[in-house]
Design a protein around this ligand. Structure first.
Ligand code: PRP
Ligand code: URA
Length: 209
């Protein structure tokens, strides 16, 4: 994969991904693992956020510290990106959250947009597009298309699992978008599911099997 693809090697990510994948993991645990993994991956994806010096008074005197100056926005792809965005928001509570409703048509596997309430003006510097699964890549490519047309600043994709097909598709369409992942799996099956993957990320979070 290219230089803009970052697959975490953090032991905590590896450990939690094993639990997330297991068919024995019920929705409550699955949701908390999605949250923990999202935060761990966000830490890596947010390494280049810009900071500027700020002087704060400690109980013992003045200290030159740093504050984040980039205006951050999170774009969860419904439904499965919801748990990721909520977890990341705890780390960047001032971030704006714009929801994007996209689902894959089961026959064609093409993304269908059903919710997009972006305002006319984009006033942000860094956009994190969050969706646990990068399968064919159709949804991520469509989402980045929407964000770029809108003027969403530096765009980064954050996902838990990907298929090589999806990574290639997103890189081909948007080579400038860094892709931060927990793992890249073997392949897609004939239904467009990531193998071995974890199944349907939306259904497993929300218990809608
Ligand atoms: C899943 C997932 C991605 C998409 C990935 O959503 O959350 O958005 O599929 O597949 P792709 O890379 O082939 O486009 P899904 O369509 O199942 O919707 P849901 O989250 O509402 O269940
Ligand atoms: N969406 C999912 O939730 N899982 C997959 O494996 C592929 C797309």
């Amino acid at each position: 994969m290219g230089p803009n693809v970052f697959v975490s090697q953090h032991p905590l990510v590896l450990h939690k991904l094993a639990l997330l994948r297991s068919a024995d993991t019920p929705p409550p645990l699955f949701r908390s693992l999605v949250r923990e993994l999202s935060r761990l991956l966000f830490l890596e994806a947010a390494l280049d956020l810009k900071t500027s010096p700020i002087t704060v008074r400690t109980p013992l005197g003045d200290c030159v510290a740093q504050q984040i100056v980039d205006r951050v926005a999170l774009f969860p792809v419904l439904r499965a990106g919801l748990g990721m965005a909520e977890a990341i928001l705890d780390f960047v509570p001032d971030a704006r959250v714009w929801h994007l409703g996209l689902y894959r048509d089961h026959q064609t596997l093409q993304p269908v947009t059903y919710y997009n309430k972006l305002p006319p003006q984009a006033d942000l510097d860094v956009s994190f597009l969050v969706d646990p699964m990068l399968a064919t890549g159709g949804s991520a490519v469509a989402a980045v298309d929407i964000l770029q047309r809108w003027g969403a600043g530096r765009i980064k994709f954050l996902g838990l699992l990907a298929a090589p097909e999806g990574v290639r598709a997103l890189q081909a369409a948007h080579p400038e978008v860094p892709i931060h992942l927990g793992a890249i799996d073997s392949h897609l099956n004939e239904h467009g599911y990531i193998v071995p993957g974890l199944g349907d990320a939306g259904d497993r979070q929300f218990g809608t099997f």
